[in-house]
Design a protein around this ligand. Structure first.
Ligand code: FMN
Length: 191
């Protein structure tokens, strides 16, 4: 209130309020979607989730998790985002407890409590086995980092076992599931 009064006084005197005070107010909700994708299906799912978020007016940044040797999503400050989502193919050899290594490294790169105050969620794509367990495990990791998790993230069926070739795309229903999840996350972030 005081700030507004002060702005009014300055305006009466023909002086503009300092621009930094205007820029401080970031009103739009921003989402970061970090994913790993070898044959493109998880990238597609990330885009489908983003469409749902954007439909609710949320700005989205989609980033592949770091290549081997790098642990972070480069050039981004996690504090710029209200929503953080993680997407990974299901890799059964990890017994459905961990996402693909680049996504795991991204999560490990965050400081304890690094997701505090952020709305979070997870999704996976697979050829048909283990997705529910992996999404549950990823949600647990996000919670451990302090995130407010929207549980029950989508499990999309697409691709071939072991990704030896690209495989079939997601069904229309699974695409819709991703969009709906994006919408649900956007609404949760608004409170
Ligand atoms: C090493 C490896 C292990 C996999 N394990 C499973 C699995 O346990 N269950 C399953 O349904 N699909 C499994 N897949 C298939 C992938 O999850 C599926 O092809 C997915 O669509 C790949 O995602 P991407 O196109 O984003 O890379 C595996 C693929 C690879 C490469």
């Amino acid at each position: 209130m005081q700030a507004y009064l002060w702005d009014g006084v300055l305006r009466l005197q023909g002086v503009s309020p300092p621009p930094c005070r205007r820029q401080e107010r970031r009103i739009s909700v921003q989402a970061l979607i970090v994913y790993h994708s070898k044959t493109g299906h998880t990238k597609q799912a990330a885009e489908d989730v983003a469409r749902g978020l954007e439909g609710e007016g949320v700005g989205c940044v989609l980033k592949p998790a770091g290549e081997p040797g790098t642990d972070l999503v480069r050039g981004l400050d996690i504090d710029d985002f209200d929503i953080v989502l993680a997407g990974s193919p299901t890799y059964g050899n990890r017994l459905y407890r961990l996402p693909a290594r680049p996504v795991e490294r991204f999560m490990n790169s965050l400081s304890p409590g690094g997701l505090k105050g952020k709305t979070c969620g997870a999704f996976t794509v697979n050829a048909g086995r283990g997705g529910g367990a992996l999404v549950g495990a990823m949600e647990g990791l996000l919670k451990k980092l302090g995130g407010k998790v929207v549980s029950g993230g989508p499990v999309v069926k697409a691709g071939a076992p072991l990704s030896l070739y690209k495989g079939p795309d997601a069904s229309v229903e699974d695409v819709r599931k991703c969009e709906e999840f994006g919408k649900k996350v956007a609404l949760a972030a608004r409170g």
